[in-house]
Design a protein around this ligand. Structure first.
Ligand code: ZN
Length: 299
C-alpha cells in the first residue's frame, strides 16, 4: 500500500497515482489525520482506490509523517560514504537526532538562512515506525516498521562540526528534513535491504547508491536505538547517506538559494525541493569571564 499526505489528510494512493481520502474509503472508520492513520494501516489492507479517483497533484502533498514523535539518523552508515570521507568503518552504529520541527513536504522549499555557506545534501531511505517497541530484537525489528519513505538529511556543516560537534542543531534548521512523497509498505519492495537512493542538484546527479551498501542494517539500527529509547509509532529513522555529499568533494560544494534539490528512492518516488534564501542567521560570540563565587555566607 502507498499513502500520501494530501492537504494535511491521509490518502491511499494507487499504483497509477490516483488517490482517495482514508476517511472516505473506510466510511469514516479511520480518521484521515496522517498520524492517526499510521496506527491503523492494517485496517486499510482491503481498501481500494476507485478507478475514477483523482490523480495526485504534487503541489498538494505534505510530508507523509508530519509530526513524528522523534527523528533519529545514522551517521557514516554506507561503506562508500565512509571511504570517501576517510573514516574508519565504525564498529557500532552512530546515531543522532534531528528535531521533528525540521520536517517539511516533498515539494516544499528548503529555507537556507542568509549567510550560511556550508549547507549540504544527504539523500536517504527513511524508516517509519508503526509499532511501539523497547529493546526490540533484530529478528523482530522489521515487524515494528510501518513502511518506508524518502528523505533529505540536510546538514549545516559549519554548525554540525562546531565545537564538540553540534549534530542536533546542525541538522535541525526548519525545513532541513524534506520527506515523502509517499509512505510505502514493506510488501511493495522486492528486497527492503537493497533499495536505490539518488540525488540531483539542478539536474546533475550527485549521489547514486544502494542500501545494500549500508554498514548497519535497518534491523541492527532499530535494535540498537530501541535499547536506549522506546520507539513510538511515527518515529523516523534516517538510515544514512551514500557517497557523494558536498563537503567531502574537492573542491567542496554546498547548496545555494535558487538550486533545485531532487531526491529519489526506488519504489517511493521523488522529492523536489527548491532552495530559497531565508532571513540571516545571526551568530555572535560571548566573551565571558569566569566569576568565582564565594560559597561562604560571610557570617
Ligand atoms: Zn544523514
Amino acid at each position: 500500500m502507498r499513502f500520501a499526505n494530501v492537504g494535511g489528510r491521509a490518502a491511499l494512493v494507487s499504483p497509477e497515482g490516483r488517490w482517495v481520502d482514508v476517511e472516505e474509503v473506510t466510511g469514516g472508520r479511520v480518521r484521515a489525520d496522517p498520524m492517526e492513520a499510521l496506527t491503523r494501516l492494517e485496517e486499510l489492507r482491503d481498501a481500494r482506490v476507485p478507478d475514477d479517483a483523482p490523480l495526485l497533484d504534487s503541489l498538494t502533498l505534505g510530508p507523509p509523517v508530519p509530526r513524528p514523535p522523534k527523528v533519529l539518523g545514522a551517521g557514516i552508515n554506507y561503506f562508500g560514504h565512509a571511504r570517501e570521507a576517510g573514516f574508519d568503518i565504525p564498529e557500532q552504529p552512530l546515531l543522532f537526532s534531528k528535531l521533528p520541527s525540521a520536517v517539511c513536504g516533498p515539494n516544499d522549499s528548503v529555507v537556507i538562512p542568509a549567510g550560511r555557506m556550508q549547507v549540504d545534501w544527504e539523500a536517504e531511505l527513511v524508516i517509519v515506525i508503526g509499532r511501539r517497541g523497547h529493546r526490540v530484537s533484530e529478528a523482530d525489528a522489521w515487524s515494528h516498521v510501518a513502511g518506508l519513505t524518502a528523505g533529505q538529511d540536510i546538514s549545516d556543516r559549519e554548525e554540525q562540526f562546531r565545537s564538540l560537534r553540534q549534530f542536533t542543531m546542525g541538522k535541525s534548521f526548519d525545513t532541513y528534513a524534506p520527506l515523502g512523497p509517499m509512505l510505502v509498505t514493506l510488501d511493495e519492495f522486492p528486497d527492503p535491504n537493497d533499495i536505490r537512493v539518488r540525488c540531483w542538484i539542478d539536474g546533475e546527479e550527485v549521489q547514486d547508491g544502494r542500501t545494500a551498501d549500508c554498514i548497519f542494517t535497518v534491523a541492527e539500527l532499530i535494535a540498537w536505538a530501541s535499547q536506549i529509547s522506546t520507539l513510538e509509532v511515527g518515529d523516523l529513522l534516517f538510515t544514512g547517506t551514500p557517497s557523494g555529499v558536498g563537503y567531502i568533494r574537492d573542491p567542496a560544494r554546498f547548496l545555494q538559494a535558487g538550486q533545485l534539490l531532487e531526491t529519489e528512492v526506488d519504489g517511493i518516488g521523488r522529492l523536489k525541493n527548491r532552495c530559497i534564501a531565508g532571513p540571516e542567521y545571526v551568530t555572535r560570540t560571548y566573551d565571558r569571564v569566569e566569576v568565582v563565587i564565594d560559597a561562604s555566607d560571610g557570617a
